[in-house]
Design a protein around this ligand. Sequence first.
Ligand code: ADP
Ligand code: MG
Length: 357
Amino acid sequence: HAVADGLPFTKYGGRHTVTLLPGVGIGPELMQGVRKVFAAAGVPVDFEEHVLPDLARGADVDEPFEHAVLSIRRNKVALKGNIEIKGRGENLVSRTVQLRRVLDLYVYVMEARSQPGVKTARQSDVDVTLVRQNTEGEYFMLEHSPVRGAAESMKVVTAAASERVARFAFEHARGQRRPRVTVVHNKATLPRSDGLFVDVALAVGSEYPEVDVDVMSVGRCCADLLHDATPFSVVLTPNLYGVYLGAILSGLVGGPGLLAGTNYGPQAAVFEPGTRNKGTDIQGRGVANPVGMLRAAADLLHFVGQRGSAALLRTAVDSALRRGTATHDIGGHSSTDEFIQDVCDHIVAARRPWDPH
Ligand code: ADP
Ligand code: MG
């Protein structure tokens, strides 16, 4: 389908080149962890790192960002932290949203699964794939103040973009043998925009007789997920609702540090921790949970065809969690470095099959 699958990746001498955007907050320290793990696993990946400083006051061209976009266009694949900040006040433009728009990363996918060894307040068997429209809706970035004391923000929904993301959701459901796609909306209040999204999703869904379709208001979806996530399989959502459904799902499985998410478009795939938190309050203290970033890195390896290394990294993360290696956010006492070291040890041992481990 129309995502970056099967692209000819940048590969010199058998090595992959991947754009790295460490971002702000805990991003850079998590990237250090990824570098260590990749070195331990000996994966043939070279990073092109792009640091994105705050825009200087009055600057109208975001040159570091433009260079990062060129790098992603060339490599077709990137790993990123939170790159939110750009400019100030009136000139504030989200680099995250901008990146999705310029690279046409029209779908965001987050696989929310319960984590081994992580105790949660509710369920231990969550398994939901969130498929979110990623380029329009409320995040169309058409906001202005026509007069003092008032602001307007445009929500844009097109049949074309809705069709692409719906097709992705149903292809995913069919490919992964998932029984159901739940289409989320707020049609009662927004009959035209969300109505269009639902109509298009239903039309696409009718081409997939083996997949059940459920249509549900976003409010009910939030409540039902918190009550019992079991009936949910694939959740297809317009942009903004998807942000909050993603937050609920990450909360259900143990918090914001655990899951990965991917932005896909026809020309590139951008991997990141699932809820893109900055973690400013814990930055630089060496306590951030690296699991979400490591899962993003594993997804990236799988995507570029390094399937064995991807599987090894996933197993290493799961077994570290299972052994009780855990950062503070999930009730443990390990530092980021200790978690990373545990993952590296597992990988090194697995690469030496003659060593019992
Ligand atoms: P947002 O950017 O959406 O406001 P925050 O960065 O404030 O989110 O994150 C919400 C909370 O979750 C913060 O207390 C933050 O420290 C915590 N958090 C986010 N990511 C991680 C992580 N990887 N490890 C540990 N705690 C995290
Ligand atoms: Mg915050």
